[in-house]
Design a protein around this ligand. Structure first.
Ligand code: DAT
Ligand code: MG
Length: 156
């Protein structure tokens, strides 16, 4: 492997994108990049889990809307693995506000509104957020260790 340490990150297709039939599109982008899916499940997030997941925003004015949105329908929770994966996924997601997200990014291509921004990814600027979020949504037994057949063609 040439660059970056292999790590895991938590990613979620939010309820808006599930309803809009975009699970496959979003999974496909990460999969085609060469990232490895090591866990995934369709879930209904309850209020307690939503409040814990977004605890860092509990004092913000938008917190209640955010909790309502994320609990409004099924979400698709995933764990992805790869070199520098947390930062790479954030780059692929684009800016938090889809109106500011660059074309070519997931939010820039698939969403329009801050409160309906299609995807969640762990914060690469908050060390430990990836592991914390993985633990919150997944049991150890739900994560699968395996090799992609193309790994020697993805990493030097
Ligand atoms: P991100 O999802 O890019 O990590 P964040 O952690 O700052 O962004 O915020 C979590 C979510 O909260 C975000 O995806 C959309 C919503 N949000 C953030 N800032 C907001 C604001 N100013 N008004 C309304 N919703 C906001
Ligand atoms: Mg965040």
């Amino acid at each position: 492997m040439s660059s970056g340490e292999r790590e895991r990150t938590f990613v979620m297709v939010k309820p808006d994108a599930v309803q809009r039939g975009l699970i496959g599109e979003i999974v496909s982008r990460l999969e085609s990049r060469g990232l490895k899916l090591v866990g995934g499940k369709l879930i209904e997030i309850n209020r307690e889990l939503a409040e814990e997941h977004y605890a860092e925003h509990s004092d913000k004015g938008f917190f209640e809307d955010l909790v309502e949105f994320i609990t409004a329908g099924p979400a698709f929770a995933m764990v992805w693995e790869g070199a520098d994966v947390t930062r790479q996924v954030r780059e692929m997601m684009g800016a938090t506000d889809p109106a500011e997200a660059a074309p070519g990014t997931i939010r820039g291509d698939l969403a329009l509104d801050l409160g309906r921004n299609a995807i969640h990814g762990s914060d690469h600027e908050d060390p430990g957020s990836n592991e914390r979020e993985i633990d919150l949504f997944f049991d150890e037994g739900e994560l699968i260790e395996y090799e992609r057949i193309d790994e020697s063609w993805l990493y030097e």
